[in-house]
Write a protein that binds this ligand. Structure first.
Ligand SMILES: [Zn+2]
Ligand SMILES: [Zn+2]
Length: 360
């Protein structure tokens, strides 16, 4: 029998998923994580007895997607021992990501911005949903990219239509829980401020994040007009990472785009559009000065992970720490609202707009 200190009763799939989660949350490159996610996917459908037999017989590596390091994890977990790799990660990376933010984090009910492997995320939709459930979320909004963002494999009308059916299927699968995967999009704000998806598709979604991803260096006046037009669009619920800056990380750094923040935030306040506090460490967007301005302007906020992998769903706490530090009232953060209030807020302007008053 293993001694109490290194016993583990989660089983091999949970061990592999937990390793992947901890790697993603510590911002490891996707390729380092992939082996663990693939190995978990390989053994998930197998009979646990078969896995245990193979672990004892040393034939795990005959299975597709199982290599030496993943086999080692499976052998330990199948024998009821804590895998060494997992123990080390729990020790090195399992602690709090940031000082502060925990109180607000527990008040958040869900996340409004996440990506799956349908666009530029690293994991299937269901894996994102299951991890969100494990984090205690009541909902996760799936917001893959819109068509024009080809580098991120943005979703056409046809692919988004398919995705909505998958979201329905995932929700049926978890119907016994109180969790819901909400239909969403991170829709590109085009150069003239229009949104990069048809009104018909936007109307089928629960929540929409609108973000600028191109021509970030556009002239200040034009950028202000572009952003205000997007904020005025009745489909826009959240203004994503408003300055587009990158402060750290593998993609390098990038300055903030220039716009009249007073005017943009005033439009957000007027149209009840939430200013996103994008929690990704490489974004930290908006910068503190602008965040203060948005708070003073009376805006609503959404604290989002912008997760591109399950473990990154934990990034939200970075945004919480910033909001807490600036004394932001939790009731102005839409993630603290019950799901029903969130969805009715996100659709109130569409219901109110006559069909012909919706922008073309
Ligand atoms: Zn984005
Ligand atoms: Zn995003």
């Amino acid at each position: 029998m293993p001694d109490a200190d290194d016993s583990y009763d989660g089983g091999p799939v949970a061990a592999l998923r937990r390793i992947a989660f901890l790697l993603e949350r510590s911002r490891a490159e996707t390729y380092k994580v992939k082996a663990f996610r693939s190995a978990a996917a390989t053994i998930l459908p197998l009979d646990p007895d078969e896995v245990a037999d193979r672990a004892r017989a040393g034939t795990l590596r005959d299975l597709p997607g199982i290599g030496s390091s993943t086999a080692e994890v499976i052998v330990a977990a199948a024998a009821g021992r804590l895998p060494e790799r997992l123990a080390k990660l729990e020790r090195d990376e399992g602690g709090p990501l940031v000082e502060g933010g925990e109180t607000l984090r527990t008040a958040l009910r869900g996340d409004l911005h996440s990506h799956s492997d349908w666009s530029d995320g690293g994991s299937p939709i269901e894996e994102m949903a299951f991890t969100a459930m494990e984090l205690g979320h009541e909902y996760l909004v799936l917001t893959d990219h819109s068509p024009r963002l080809r580098v991120a494999n943005g979703l056409s009308v046809a692919r988004l239509t398919q995705q909505l059916a998958v979201v329905d299927a995932v929700n049926e699968h978890v119907a016994a829980s109180s969790f819901r995967l909400l239909k969403g999009i991170e829709v590109d704000i085009l150069d003239d401020g229009a949104l990069d998806q048809t009104d018909e598709m936007l109307a089928r979604l629960d929540v929409r994040v609108a973000s600028v991803h191109s021509k970030l260096a556009m002239d200040r006046h034009a950028m202000t007009r572009r952003m205000v037009a997007a904020v005025q669009n009745p489909f826009t619920n959240v203004l994503g990472h408003c300055t587009g800056r990158l402060v750290t990380g593998s993609r390098g750094t990038r300055g903030q785009s220039e716009f009249d923040a007073k005017e943009v935030f005033a439009a957000c306040a007027e149209h009840q559009v939430a200013v996103e506090i994008n929690a990704r460490p490489e974004r930290r967007d908006p910068p503190t000065k602008l965040l203060r301005l948005a708070i003073e302007t009376g805006c609503l906020f959404s604290i989002d992970s912008d997760a591109h992998a399950p473990g990154q769903l934990d990034f939200q706490v970075y945004g919480c720490a910033r909001a807490e530090e600036l004394g932001l009232d939790p009731d102005r953060i839409v993630n603290t609202w019950p799901t029903s209030r969130l969805v009715s807020w996100a659709n109130s302007k569409i219901d109110a707009a006559a069909p012909d008053s919706v922008s073309p």
